[in-house]
Design a protein around this ligand. Sequence first.
Ligand code: SAM
Length: 202
Amino acid sequence: MDGKEDGVAAMAATYQGFDPAAYLQYNYTPPGADFENKDSVLLWKMGCLHRAFTEGDVSGELLVDIGSGSTLYQVMSGCEIFNKVILTDFLEVNQQELKRWLRNAEDSALDWTPFLKHACMLEGRQPSAWTEKAARLRSVVSDVLYVERAQPWPPHRLAQVCASLKKMGFTLIRLEVYTLPQDMRVGVDDVSGVFFAKAMKD
Ligand SMILES: C[S@@+](CC[C@H](N)C(=O)[O-])C[C@H]1O[C@@H](n2cnc3c(N)ncnc32)[C@H](O)[C@@H]1O
């Protein structure tokens, strides 16, 4: 194996035994996803996504979400703009979790209702419109596919990110940074922040 394959194999090994229910519980319930806390990283992420899809410069027929994991919040704004959405992940357990919600099964590991309500509110709709958004999302997601990036994930450091986007021919439209408040740095990882980059290929 060359270095690149080593990196992908190491990533695959890291994800062995991955438990989507535990992931959702850990990352998508308070304090990480707290609809009562305006500083919650989840609200920041959903705000970034809402802005990105409603600024008028994103359109097309097909939205492909790479590395969906077992989550749906990231396509709750985009699903109103695109008529077809494809979710992807390389873990079968994550694909199964997404499919459970899409077929309205009762054993979804997480109730996405508050997320759908919040996405509606960002769009200026009543939270009660969440049922319409859920129906829209279920109707536009045409597939949940296996995708494995052959390349290692892009660099995680902001300097590096901007430089490699430029190198690959992208123009950066928007870059937003969220710094994790000290009281939320209670996790098992060493994450100190998240960035959101919106870029367009020239
Ligand atoms: C940081 S998680 C994001 C999950 C989810 N979208 C979220 O916002 O919480 C990245 C996802 O990419 C998937 N992944 C990791 N390495 C991958 C690879 N080489 N090819 C495809 N997917 C990969 C993992 O299974 C994981 O679900």
